[in-house]
Design a protein around this ligand. Structure first.
Ligand SMILES: Nc1ncnc2c1ncn2[C@@H]1O[C@H](COP(=O)(O)OP(=O)(O)OP(=O)(O)O)[C@@H](O)[C@H]1O
Length: 327
């Protein structure tokens, strides 16, 4: 599949009177054509810096970026017409209607007027197009912002937190819009904190922490490689959980104690758990794989942010570390 966006080893250091801050530290990302790609990371992890760097608003200190096969920022003018982006909330004149707003933007950008009706239809604002923007809900304003980015029929649409501040109805409308755009063949890169939403909408995700990629792939792959090996263990009544947990920890297992159960986080081969415990006459009464969601994987991964000065990606470390205990 063709990559619409490729980032390799991106570096960005901010320098101010207060000191030096490394916002991106060898960040990598690949976004494939026709996908909705989720870009996730905690506050301050480098998402906005990445998007602003891509769009030529910030100069990187190192690394490579390509959009639609063209190196940027050097060839940004050649591809800028094919990229639509909302990185900062655009401000609209409240007294203008959305039709007037988009018409003005179309004229200024040399876009033919028929596109105005087409994008209003796409974002579901056609019925309200002749009403003033100040009468719009936040969700409608967000959709107007998306409409403005769609005027030039971009191949790649970049949206920073499009669902920010929206209520559940607004979030659902935004979700439908993303899916419709993707079905029309557009590639969408979407940064968001709303992980349940990302899980519902996105084909692929990239998770960033402390300026580095810590996981990437389809939502299913990320869940499978970072969480599916966790199991919940209950023991026969009367057996001390702590003793069993210590036995497993001594063999390298990551054990979290609950009230009447414990969870083994890196249980690549659950049979090892029963074998190690049975050798000490401790018998398991329940062994259940725990189903993880993106939120728990996100918290786990971004809580274990890469150590300063190490260039290895955490996802590579995690992949090699799985299932290797208790041998
Ligand atoms: N202009 C700047 N000068 C100095 N430091 C900056 C500047 N912009 C961002 N930073 C710092 O760079 C790091 C990454 O910030 P960035 O805004 O890219 O994160 P983010 O993932 O978009 O966060 P959020 O989700 O809160 O928007 C943070 O530590 C931030 O404080």
């Amino acid at each position: 599949m063709d990559a619409v966006l490729e980032i390799a080893g991106l570096q960005k250091t901010y320098r101010s009177r207060k000191g030096v801050r490394r916002a991106l530290d060898g960040f990598d990302m690949v976004v494939e054509a026709g996908q909705v790609h989720g870009f996730l990371g905690p506050n301050g992890s480098g998402k906005t810096t990445t998007l602003r760097t891509l769009l030529g608003l910030i100069r990187p200190n190192g690394g490579r970026m390509a959009i639609l096969g063209q190196e940027v920022p050097r060839h940004l003018p050649a591809v800028a017409g094919q990229v639509g982006a909302i990185v900062e909330s655009p401000q609209f004149f409240g007294n203008f209607t959305s039709y007037d707003t988009l018409s003005l933007l179309a004229d200024a950008g040399g876009v033919r007027r028929e596109r105005v009706d087409a994008v209003l239809e796409l974002v579901g604002l056609r019925d309200r197009a002749k009403e003033r923007v100040r009468t719009y809900s936040l969700g409608m304003k967000q959709r107007l912002a998306v409409a403005s980015a769609l005027l030039k029929e971009p191949k790649l649409l970049i949206l920073d937190e499009p669902a920010n501040g929206l209520d559940p109805g607004g979030i659902r409308e935004m979700r439908t819009l993303m899916r419709n755009l993707s079905e029309s063949g557009m590639t969408v890169l979407l940064s968001s904190h709303i992980l349940g939403e990302i899980q519902l909408i996105c084909d692929q995700v990239t998770i960033i922490a402390a300026g580095r990629r810590v996981a990437h792939g389809s939502v299913a792959e990320v869940l499978a490689s970072h969480a599916s090996s966790s199991v919940r263990v209950r023991l026969e009544p009367g057996i001390d959980l702590l003793t069993a947990a210590q036995l497993l920890r001594a063999k390298g297992a990551q054990v979290d104690l609950g009230t009447d159960f414990f969870t083994v986080g890196n249980a690549g081969n659950p049979a090892q758990i029963t074998r190690i415990l049975a050798e000490q006459q401790i018998y398991v009464s329940e062994l259940t794989p725990t189903t993880a969601d993106l939120e728990s994987v996100f918290l786990e991964l971004t809580g274990t942010a890469p150590v300063d000065g190490q260039n290895r990606q955490v996802d590579q470390v995690a992949a090699t570390a799985q299932g290797g205990w208790g041998q």
